[in-house]
Design a binder for this molecule. Sequence first.
Ligand code: C2E
Ligand code: MG
Ligand code: MG
Ligand code: MG
Length: 284
Amino acid sequence: RAKGEGRGLYRFFEQAMDEETRVRRTLAFELRDAIVENQLELYYQPLADVSSNGIVGFEALVRWHHPVHGTISPTVFISIAEESGFISELGEWVLRTACAEAGRWKEKLKIAVNLSPLQLEQPNLPEIVHEALIAGRLAPNRLEIEVTEGSLMRNPQRALDVLRRIKALGVGIAMDDFGTGFSSLSTLQSFPFDKLKIDRSFVDRVGEHAQASSIVRAVLGLSRSLEIRVVAEGVETAAQFHFLAEQSCDEVQGFMIGRPMPIAAYADVVNGETAVPSVERLRA
Ligand code: C2E
Ligand code: MG
Ligand code: MG
Ligand code: MG
């Protein structure tokens, strides 16, 4: 291959990388104004209890309605917020908003909030959680925080300390995206988890893929013996739902039950206007 050709390709990648860095830097800058400009919004995705067949809570999932780029996914801007040191401010906004909104619901449903690994490194996180509960007049047992396996590995001692202090407030702790990280099953015992969320990548293949089904079955068996509730993420089909129900999975979440949407879309559920909010009804 001619030398010039490789150089051209290199230039191409270099320019593409410059472009990406530039875009991320601009977004990081704009993100700082997004809160005061009211561009951030929490969407809510229902969690359904399998045995009672009803909605027991919602997970808050943040959205950024950018004036030029439209709605930007949290998978993009959470990492930008982490890199630019803005995540603690963003995380605090999410906590306070979720507690305030859930505090206004007539039904005493649970509200789950995601935490970035960097938030777990903030020694004053338990105080921030406590203040959000007070300001939103939300009972601590209605709040659940979700952390990933990776966030425990960075500094396990500090993470354990912070999680214990949050749990002492009466708040629930859930392990998110279980199975995608590197932690061992013993992590489940050493950290104060009330709940475990099996990652969507396993749920995707249950029923049709023997290996995924065995993993899900094993996780359910282990969690039962540790008395940890299990939620299956990303339930999209009736076949997946029936497999999970048969294996006595406690809760399900996914497009089949409901998509993340502004809370107005679930007004009837949070205000108790649906006599028995059931999975069957939502599936119809
Ligand atoms: P997560 O906590 O695992 O949230 C579940 C993600 O899976 C959500 O994506 C949701 O829309 C998607 N999902 C739910 N059910 C289904 C399904 O049946 N099929 C498919 N294909 N996808 C489904 P989303 O809202 O884009 O959020 C992505 C991730 O961004 C979240 O993953 C969470 O880690 C992070 N995130 C979202 N909001 C926040 C936040 O307020 N703070 C922090 N630190 N992270 C957040
Ligand atoms: Mg989550
Ligand atoms: Mg998850
Ligand atoms: Mg996930």
